[in-house]
Each structure stands twice: as structure tokens, then as C-alpha cells.
Design a protein around this ligand. Structure first.
Ligand SMILES: [Zn+2]
Length: 281
């Protein structure tokens, strides 16, 4: 059992106008703002730096958002992602509609700055599918009590002498691909000491850090106390059947949780009070 410290470093850029395009026979998720940015870069030679997001790229002001899952406390991000993926994975059209919708609110799955991605445009749709399937099978393994198998060395081949040739376990491999050691993370904001944490390079990395916590630290997820209490969603203003979110028994900040938000806490308490009053009548 290892203690996994998740760094708060991930700032996922959410440019304007996510869309699927076809490049060299492959489908790619890109963004209108990134295309304009690359166009401008071409016109000016290479004078435009990645950090230069001002001016006509439209990547400032209302065009530019940043999604920070740690700061937002999206501790069930991996599980919610897999739940949504499962709804569309068997229908190509639905899947292709869902990816840009997801990207509109959260950004790209593989690049915190999509211009650093494939061909300077974004990520390949086939990578989305393949990686979400790996994530899905990891969560299924955890839920069927076999999470530890993700720590088993992967058998790549068996030699003639029947010796197994193995590669790194899935969990180590995914952490190696999508995370990095962050030496500057201060777990307690007021503390002067840094700890060696793992930082997510992208949203998929953030997912694998949450998976690693479940496997290594025995973190358990349960439904938020307000999971199925109907209410008006504060963000969208729409009536919803419940928040539909899960909470970890201990979150990456080290705090126990039973509700996902303040709103849910109020709702759950109100519902509990109401239920307690009823039998007295
Ligand atoms: Zn909730």
C-alpha cells in the first residue's frame, strides 16, 4: 500500500469551439480557437509563442476557460467519465457527438494545452476510445474486487522454456505515461514543507491518480447523500433528478466526505429532517 499524494497542478485549458475534423484519414478533436492560433503562427512565421493567447486568436475573455478538477473538488471525475463513456461507446455517432460536448466544458483529455497535441491541433479520436476503454476496465476491476490485478506485471509473451516475459503493470504504466513527479506541492497550504506528489499532465492523468488512490489506499466511493434528491441545478438552471455524483470516503486533501457540495449538504439535511418528522404524525 502506497500513499498517493495528488498534486493540484493541473490547469486544463478549454479553448473556444471544440469540433471533430478529419486529418489524413483520422478523426481529430480540435478547437476553432486553436486552428486560428496555428494559422496566425504560420502567417507570422514562428514569432507567436504558445503562451501568446492574446489578440485575434479569440482565446481571451469569453473564449477562454480553464478547468481545474482539483480546485473544483471533482473527485469522482474518473467514474463520471466512464459512466458517460459507457452510454455512448456502442454508437459511433453518439460517441462523436459526446466528445466535443465533454471537451466544451472540461477541455481535452490528453493535452492541458491542445496546441501541444497531435499536429499542433489536438487529440485523436481513436486515442479517446482506446484510453477510455482501459479506464473503464480498471474501474470494473476495482468494483469487482480485483483492483489489485492492475498491479500485476503484464505478461507480454511466454518463451519456449515457458518463462513468462513481462512488462510493467497497467497501473504503473498509466501513471508513467500521464503523470509526473511534482516536488513543489504543498499538501497543507500553510506548511513550508513540500512533499513528493504526483501531478496530472492531463485529465486522463488525473483519472489515473484517482484510480491509483482507490487501489493503493483502499479509497471507497459512495453516492453523495443528495445523489437522487431532485433539485434545480445551480450551474445550468435545469431541473435534475439529483446531483448524480460519488464521493470518496477520504478526498485527496485528506478530508472525509459524505456530500459532494454545500448545496447537496443542505438538500440532504433538509430531506433527512423531513423524513424524521413524518413518523411522528
Ligand atoms: Zn451531491
Amino acid at each position: 500500500m502506497a500513499n498517493i499524494t495528488v498534486s493540484d497542478s493541473l490547469r486544463n485549458f478549454v479553448p473556444r469551439g471544440p469540433k471533430l475534423i478529419r486529418v489524413k484519414g483520422k478523426k481529430l478533436l480540435t478547437w476553432a480557437a486553436i486552428e486560428e492560433f496555428q494559422q496566425r503562427k504560420k502567417e507570422k512565421g514562428y514569432a507567436v509563442q504558445v503562451g501568446d493567447i492574446s489578440g485575434s486568436t479569440g482565446m481571451q475573455g469569453d473564449g477562454m476557460n480553464i478547468f481545474e478538477p482539483y480546485q473544483l473538488g471533482r473527485w469522482d471525475f474518473h467514474r463520471a467519465l466512464v459512466r458517460d463513456f459507457k452510454k455512448v461507446k456502442d454508437n459511433q455517432k453518439a460517441f462523436e457527438k459526446w466528445v466535443p460536448e465533454f471537451a466544451e466544458c472540461c477541455g481535452d483529455l490528453f493535452y492541458d494545452w491542445p496546441a501541444a497535441g497531435h499536429l499542433g491541433l489536438g487529440s485523436l479520436l481513436e486515442d479517446w476510445f482506446a484510453e477510455l476503454e482501459i479506464l473503464e476496465s480498471a474501474i470494473e476491476a476495482i468494483d469487482s474486487g480485483k483492483g489489485k490485478t492492475l498491479k500485476d506485471p503484464k505478461v507480454l509473451a511466454t518463451s519456449i522454456a515457458k518463462t513468462k516475459i513481462t512488462g510493467p503493470p497497467v497501473l504503473s504504466q498509466q501513471l508513467k505515461r500521464f503523470t509526473y513527479p511534482d516536488l513543489n506541492f504543498k499538501h497543507q497550504k500553510r506548511s513550508k514543507e513540500s512533499v513528493l506528489a504526483l501531478g496530472a499532465e492531463s485529465l486522463i492523468g488525473f483519472c489515473w491518480l484517482l484510480v491509483a488512490r482507490e487501489i493503493e489506499m483502499g479509497i471507497k466511493y459512495v453516492e453523495c447523500r443528495s445523489f437522487s434528491i431532485p433539485h434545480k441545478d445551480a450551474h445550468s438552471g435545469l431541473q435534475v433528478d439529483g446531483c448524480g455524483r460519488w464521493v470518496p470516503n477520504i478526498n485527496p486533501k485528506g478530508n472525509p466526505m459524505t456530500v459532494c457540495s454545500k448545496g447537496c449538504s443542505t438538500r440532504a439535511d433538509r430531506a433527512a429532517k423531513k423524513a424524521a418528522k413524518k413518523p411522528a404524525k
